[in-house]
Design a protein. Structure first.
Ligand SMILES: C[S@@+](CC[C@H](N)C(=O)[O-])C[C@H]1O[C@@H](n2cnc3c(N)ncnc32)[C@H](O)[C@@H]1O
Length: 223
């Protein structure tokens, strides 16, 4: 098995095991998060109503649904069949597909926007250039990327979550490091936002949100 297959297998197994508990714990992840809703609103405005948007690593689909409620043609992709089962049950009107965001079954240049909302946090740093190249491949010229992740240096290992016999590392990253990697992958950085941890839902580090754009002839503004 290659290193890539190793971490994909471990990530899929983890989320297949915890999907129902995860969905219950993060039942309304945007409900008391006005900053996050605002950033997703900015993203929707940048993409515009004509653009199709992929929520990559969508988990239970709450962000996909929020993007849909903002008028976007949004669909979700996730590695984990159990996470997708929850997403489809909770959001029967939306489209969810199984796959890896490192190797998407999506045509070149076909999306107006890509959201990766806490889904790059299990991708080893050495694989991030390939991940960002794949995001860039599927975006149309001028298309927008919104990347959310925990800020910081040290990974957090989650061992036996909700009593399940699984373990996974949650990688935290410096926003400057992610910005450099996005630039190296051919994106133009639009903005970076870091909010302080608020202690809710076991949150102990800052939360980072980067807007980036694939250069090209697409109309519209940068974040
Ligand atoms: C922390 S959860 C976040 C889920 C959702 N975005 C949210 O904010 O609730 C991470 C999700 O990313 C998915 N994921 C991680 N790596 C992935 C990959 N390479 N391709 C597709 N999904 C991936 C996991 O299966 C999991 O559902």
């Amino acid at each position: 098995m290659t290193d890539t297959e190793d971490f994909l297998t471990a990530t899929r197994a983890f989320y297949d095991t915890v999907a129902e508990d995860y969905a219950e714990h993060f039942r309304d992840p945007l409900g008391d998060r006005p900053l996050e809703r605002g950033l997703l609103g900015v993203f929707a405005e940048l993409v515009g109503p004509a653009g199709t948007v992929a929520d990559l690593g969508c988990g239970p689909g709450a962000v996909t649904a929020y993007l849909g409620s903002l008028g976007l043609d949004a669909f979700g992709v996730d590695l984990s069949a159990s996470m997708l089962g929850v997403a489809r049950r909770e959001n029967p009107a939306l489209r969810f597909e199984q796959g890896s965001m490192l190797d998407l079954d999506i045509a070149d240049g076909s999306l107006g926007g890509v959201v990766s909302w806490y889904s790059s946090i299990h991708t080893p740093t050495g694989e991030l250039p390939s991940l960002f190249a794949e995001f860039r491949r599927v975006l149309a010229p001028g298309g927008h990327l919104l990347l959310a992740f925990q800020a910081g240096g040290e990974p957090r290992r989650l061992d036996r979550p909700w009593g399940h016999p699984v373990t996974l590392d949650f990688l935290r990253r410096r926003p400057e490091q992610m910005a450099e990697l996005l630039t190296a992958a051919g994106f133009t950085l639009g903005s970076r936002t870091v909010r302080e941890p608020d202690g809710r839902l076991s949150e102990s580090v800052g939360q980072a949100f980067l807007f980036a754009r694939k250069p090209g002839d697409g109309a519209g503004a940068d974040a």
